[in-house]
Design a binder for this molecule. Structure first.
Ligand code: GDP
Length: 365
């Protein structure tokens, strides 16, 4: 359009026609969607895992942890196909109350075992923790050095759920890691509850981290955790804590005499160390090596793994039955009512249970 200012009347005042203003948004800029994670086929998962591809392994673990039935279906197939490649590892459970120094120690232990070669996976069982999306290991900085080690794979605990469920997922993750060539597996648990039993049911060696002078010795005995330990290590034996740690070690040694000899024939050892200063680490791993040589020679290694396999078969049956029962629509609608009736004294617990079970069996007919 011709500008009025360009008319003869306004000489000397020439205004050029404006040019079209570009859009404030670059038209060439495409809003790139975050690429969707590629979904692999079962075969691709297995191949990737067996080739040692950690990204594929991580994604497979995510499927194992997923509650979606379609994910579970793939996960189970992947696990089944990975089974023949699994089993060739040493599995070590590491337990201790919060603050005992598990992360500090696992960082040091991990580097120590990796110096001998191989690959290490660090997994966890922490059903109680909702705080960091169910992960005590959520914060990878807890294991600073290990988390950046090329041969270490650190995976937080599956998010909170029933202990059995969380433990099953960790056990399945062990299988995937082993198929991925991880020949050392650490399973960490907070030494405060039942999770030790779950860890014990999936590891070859159970290491209990204790502290001197916390009165924890007795708690360990009470909770039956000490019986499970193949090695008890007293952390923070440094500075002026060394003597206390040694004293605690002798208390533990005495306490261990109270228990019947373990089936393995191995006498659990008690050692002191400092995870922070890296003292006494070699001695702990010498003990672990000695244990493996011992139980492999006397056949207990195989025996324990077989018993664990049997245990997990029953655990899976129990879990499936429980899920099938509680996810049953008829049951779901009846449960609250029956519970109320029990609370009001209208039904005894046993009659209520029977009615619910009968209703469940009816739905199966
Ligand atoms: P976790 O809760 O069992 O994982 O324990 P952490 O590894 O986070 O350690 C708890 C605290 O104890 C941290 O402040 C560590 O620095 C400290 N700690 C861990 N190991 C040692 C040790 O060997 N000696 C000393 N003095 N402190 C330690």
């Amino acid at each position: 359009m011709e500008h009025p200012e360009n008319s003869e009347e306004y000489k000397g005042l020439v205004v050029n026609a404006g040019i079209e203003q570009p859009s404030i948004v670059n038209p060439y800029l495409k809003f790139r969607k975050k690429p969707r994670r590629r979904e692999f086929s079962v075969g691709e998962y297995v191949e990737g895992i067996v080739k040692g591809n950690v990204t594929v392994l991580s994604q497979a673990v995510t499927l194992v942890e997923s509650v979606k039935p379609e994910h579970q279906a793939i996960a189970q197939e992947v696990i089944e196909k990975c089974l023949p490649y699994s089993g060739r590892s040493i599995r070590i459970g590491i337990s201790g109350v919060p603050g005992a120094g598990k992360s500090t120690s696992i960082d040091v232990f991990g580097l120590h075992v990796l110096r001998q070669g191989g690959k290490l996976a660090v997994l966890a069982i922490d059903p109680s923790s909702e705080r960091s999306k169910g992960s005590i290991l959520g914060d990878k900085t807890r294991m600073e050095k290990l988390s950046v080690h090329p041969n270490a794979f650190i995976r937080p605990s599956p998010s909170a759920g029933s202990l059995g469920g969380v433990a099953r997922k960790t056990r399945e993750t062990i299988i995937l890691c082993e198929a991925g060539g991880f020949d050392k597996i650490f399973v960490e648990t907070v030494g405060v509850g039942q999770s030790e039993t779950a860890v014990h049911s999936m590891v070859d060696f159970f290491l209990l981290i204790q502290l001197a002078g916390t009165g924890d010795e007795l708690q360990g005995i009470k909770r039956g955790i000490m019986e499970m330990a193949d090695g008890i290590v007293i952390n923070k034996a440094d500075g002026n804590n060394i003597e206390k740690a040694k004293l605690a070690a002798s208390h533990f040694r005495n306490a261990l005499h109270l228990f019947p000899a373990p089936d393995s024939g191995w006498s659990p050892k008690v050692l002191t160390y400092s995870g922070f200063y890296g003292l006494g680490i070699k001695e702990i791993w010498d003990m672990v090596d000695e244990y493996f040589a011992f139980v492999k020679a006397n056949g207990y290694f195989e025996q324990r793994r077989n018993e664990q396999a049997k245990y997990w078969m029953y655990e899976s049956i129990n879990e499936h039955l429980r899920d099938s029962f509680y996810n049953n629509e008829t049951i779901a609608s009846m449960l609250a009512v029956k519970e109320e009736e029990v609370l009001n004294g209208k039904l005894t617990s046993f009659v209520a249970a029977k009615k619910l079970l009968d209703a469940y069996y009816d739905t199966l007919k």
